[in-house]
Design a protein around this ligand. Sequence first.
Ligand SMILES: NC(=O)c1ccc[n+]([C@@H]2O[C@H](COP(=O)([O-])OP(=O)(O)OC[C@H]3O[C@@H](n4cnc5c(N)ncnc54)[C@H](OP(=O)(O)O)[C@@H]3O)[C@@H](O)[C@H]2O)c1
Length: 253
Amino acid sequence: MRDALGSVQSVLVLGGGSDIGRAVARALVGRRARTVVLAGRHPEEMEAAARELRDAGATKVEVLPFDALDPASHEPFVEDVFDRFGDLDLVLVAFGVLGDQAVAETDPAAALEVARTNYIGAVSVTIPIAGRLKAQGHGTIVALSSVAGERARRSNFVYGSSKAGMDAFFCGLGDSLVGTGVQVMVVRPGFVRTKMTEGRPAAPLSTTPEAVADAIVRGLERGRETVWVPGSMRWVMSVVRHLPRPVFRRIPL
Ligand SMILES: NC(=O)c1ccc[n+]([C@@H]2O[C@H](COP(=O)([O-])OP(=O)(O)OC[C@H]3O[C@@H](n4cnc5c(N)ncnc54)[C@H](OP(=O)(O)O)[C@@H]3O)[C@@H](O)[C@H]2O)c1
């Protein structure tokens, strides 16, 4: 359960090696979270992050294998985590791949990997998570969506469409959970400087994992269902979303 001041005490990060995921875990431990489970494809690579969280004051930090591309493992994985760690206050869905748009446009396997990771993987692992959170009667799911899902761009539509799908799923899930004690927060960052965007020219309004983490913490304190990072992205995307298609097509995004 959250403590008397409303701070999250136990956290599961799916995609525990994610730069944004790690920044959120650090921010939450800085605000008295004590149990953190980092779950991802390469547990050995998450050990350094786990040590960092222990040094920052977390008392129970574990690293577990989790693969978004293996939906058959998701239900047993979720059962195991909740059985072993008890109630969880927050689950952060932080895994994702950007993929290579040029390759994905001609190679169905490459496009499918993006869709299966970002959309199918998120749906598959979140259904049992929502069930366990509902059973415990409290908790928050924080899903890292993207402004890319708000309107799919010519240059990035495979990734954008996968984020649009997962974003719609989490919005609908949040609505379905009203009255259960469980909340869903959908986070839509713009360009964040992380491993995922390394080597790419920073887009306007680019931001950092720490700024995303701060926005999430503020959003949790205020009970927000949608968080844009930076906040001005909300207004930018509202305009972009409504541009006529012939105009939108001509903008070099
Ligand atoms: N960076 C941005 O500009 C930006 C903007 C908006 C939204 N986002 C979203 O924010 C989330 C975190 O991204 P990030 O920027 O922190 O990038 P990141 O550091 O590259 O993190 C992505 C994480 O996803 C994990 N992952 C990929 N495929 C997986 C799979 N099959 N199973 C389990 N884990 C898997 C990666 O694991 P490995 O470490 O094993 O590769 C990595 O830890 C993503 O969903 C991304 O789409 C990012």
